[in-house]
Design a protein around this ligand. Sequence first.
Ligand SMILES: C[S@@+](CC[C@H](N)C(=O)[O-])C[C@H]1O[C@@H](n2cnc3c(N)ncnc32)[C@H](O)[C@@H]1O
Length: 470
Amino acid sequence: LTACRRLQSSLKPHPLCARSSSSPGATAGMSEQNTPSSDQALYQAPPSVRGMTVLDREAFTQTVTVPALLVPTGLVNRALKSLKKLTLQRPGVKRVVEEEGCGETHKLVLLDPRVSSLDAIAGTGLQDLGVASEIRHFALRLTYDNLRSEEVLRAVLPDGHDVTSGFSRVGHIAHMNLRDHQLPYRNLIGQVIMDKNPGVTCVVNKTNSIDSTYRHFSMELLAGEDNMVAKVRENGLLYEFDFSRVYWNPRLSTEHERIVSQLRREDVVVDVFAGVGPFAVPAARRGCAVFANDLNPESFRWLQHNSRINKVTDKVTAFNLDGRDFIRGPVRDLLPDLLRAKTSVHVVMNLPALAIDFLDSFRGLLAHEPGVGVACEGTLPRVHCYSFSKDDAPQRDVVRRAAASLGAELDGVCSVHMVRNVAPNKEMLCVSFTLPKEVVFSDTHPSSGEKHTHFLRFTLYHTIFIYKAL
Ligand SMILES: C[S@@+](CC[C@H](N)C(=O)[O-])C[C@H]1O[C@@H](n2cnc3c(N)ncnc32)[C@H](O)[C@@H]1O
């Protein structure tokens, strides 16, 4: 600041300019306060915008002062190249401007507000060309369009309040998680996010915690169109779904890719908690036969839709069942033939809050087919089961809980992958293992009534068989 003030007082008008930066016109509105010293100081919002809840874009217009170099027109490109990041970087602001009275011979190159003396440009070689003999100042009209969302929000929200405006992007939807103190400004925040992020036409706020069963959020519209049907691309494939009614997390794309990359085209995939298909659809595109299930009727519908738009309906069979019923129904019916044929089966279980509890569904799953056990040595399904953990040793924690639910030791025969840090002290992990033979063929199952279910299935199949025969 001191250097800048010293420079200001020593500014001399350029002989070619009728109006110099030190003339009253060019420095109009310049004060101690908005003398450039840092990028933050570039924009000091008018006090009138503080506390605004309905966005008035005009109220943000202000004239600020930025440093500039007077450069002969023929050397402007050379100067821009040499100055690189030392020039002013602002959305929608031209870095090269006319200086009144200089005609066509010279232009002003606007500099980053942090450039307060000629020292900053010493290494650029411009002084050797004789173009940078002094730092001038330029009165720049900044409008709402030239401000970043953080600057607008910092100006509006009560002084000292956190203005974090991060969001997840799901197609045209920006999904925010506002804090209590931001709620009075929520519609304005939504509008600013929409204005500043091309392609965002709808901003929503998470209103409470994730829906416990179907894992989707309750949300309120903050700004833009009330259209929750999103179109997103993930790993090269297209997905469409109603974001207000199904689960979708853009942070899982790497994990989806990680699992799918392990598949060979002749493998079979069983997706117990499939959502709208981010494992199932790419697996099918890879050539695998996929049996995908979700309890949420909306997810089931969009899963079928996504299979259609990605042209894999012949590969994906969709179910709308509880995960346990899916495993102990269609999956149990499929497995014997797959295992006899020595097909590799991957079972994906991505319901991190609960999936481990579903592992007991595999106990005694093929107890009624003891013969298969001999044939399928070494080719039992490989399970990829997700879980959250808040434990100090999350890997050990998920392996211990998975083993307890399964009723078999997993130490040394499983691998654990850290998927992501969900919150401070909360990890999401994936434990992968081949289903132990003694689990699948054991003749005990924790749920009572199992024999009854067997009997019902047996009766049902025979009824269908007799009916068909007739
Ligand atoms: C965390 S999401 C995962 C979706 C998808 N696999 C993904 O990776 O994005 C879990 C899914 O499980 C479904 N779900 C919840 N409880 C279920 C249950 N008991 N049986 C089957 N699906 C269930 C939810 O509807 C949700 O779509």
